[in-house]
Design a protein around this ligand. Structure first.
Ligand SMILES: Nc1ncnc2c1ncn2[C@@H]1O[C@H](COP(=O)(O)OP(=O)(O)OP(=O)(O)O)[C@@H](O)[C@H]1O
Length: 233
């Protein structure tokens, strides 16, 4: 079997003295589309933060593209081809759309994704190229956040609740985009509360409760009701 792009084994992670992840196991292989689901507060964002070094890894193992990262850092993840589209998008306010996109290329990784290729995927970003990034609508800002991540030519994108607060028509458009990005060969870890989108995009799901993965399965063999059961309060 090929080396996983992302592998967490028995991960224990903390914010200060708050112990959030309790022996979490998760693996994403090249080209896979995996959904990470679970109720609010179970620790999904903390998985991302652990990979970026924003939550403290105090037990277990994190490996990126086969290399163990005892002290993960954001730049290490990007260098190893793992890029995050953060919750809340974090578009830089005083930069234009195009300048925000170019920020994503800072790792120097080359590949399919360039500014023109991102504009082909999101024509609206080209139309608004010289507009301040934060002047865009919520859906357009999410497209910009995805485009910026693609500019790093990642092998894996971690998407943290990308459709939060967006209208259903925009959510549908993003689903098409995520599938197109995956078709180009980029693996996805999709943290998502919208199970219809999960069913449309992901092949496999991992469901979390209280800081660990408690169930997993093949999305095509799982009903929407079963998926919803993992996220309902
Ligand atoms: N900086 C922090 N310091 C201390 N505790 C935190 C911090 N950030 C998050 N937490 C706590 O860690 C737990 C897991 O939060 P996390 O954001 O990972 O959950 P989540 O599953 O992503 O939830 P949501 O869907 O609400 O984003 C929660 O109890 C939260 O209150």
């Amino acid at each position: 079997m090929s080396t996983p792009l992302l592998e967490l084994e028995g991960v224990q992670s903390y914010y200060g003295s708050a112990h959030i992840l309790h022996g979490l196991d998760l693996r994403v292989n090249a080209g896979e589309r995996v959904a990470l689901i679970g109720r609010n507060g179970v620790g999904k964002t903390t998985v991302v933060n652990t990979v970026l070094g924003l939550a403290a890894l105090r037990g277990g193992r994190v490996a990126l593209a086969g290399r163990a990262m005892p002290r993960p850092r954001t730049y290490m993840a990007a260098q190893r081809g793992v890029v995050v589209v953060p919750q809340g998008r974090r578009i830089v306010a005083n930069l234009t759309v195009e300048e925000n996109l170019k920020l994503g290329a800072a790792t120097g990784r080359t590949g399919h994704w360039t500014v023109p290729e991102v504009y082909k995927l999101f024509p609206i970003l080209q139309e608004r190229a010289h507009t301040p990034g934060t002047a865009l609508s919520g859906g357009q800002q999410q497209m910009l956040a995805v485009g910026r991540a693609l500019m790093a030519n990642p092998s894996l994108i971690l998407l943290d609740e990308p459709t939060e607060g967006l209208a259903p028509v925009i959510v549908d458009q993003l689903g098409v985009i995520f599938n197109e990005v995956a078709r180009q060969g980029t693996a996805l870890l999709l943290i998502e509360q919208n199970m219809t989108l999960v069913a449309r995009v992901a092949e496999r799901y991992c469901a979390m409760a209280k800081g660990s993965v408690v169930a997993q399965g093949v999305v095509a063999q799982t009903s929407l009701d079963e998926l919803h059961a993992h996220v309902m309060v």
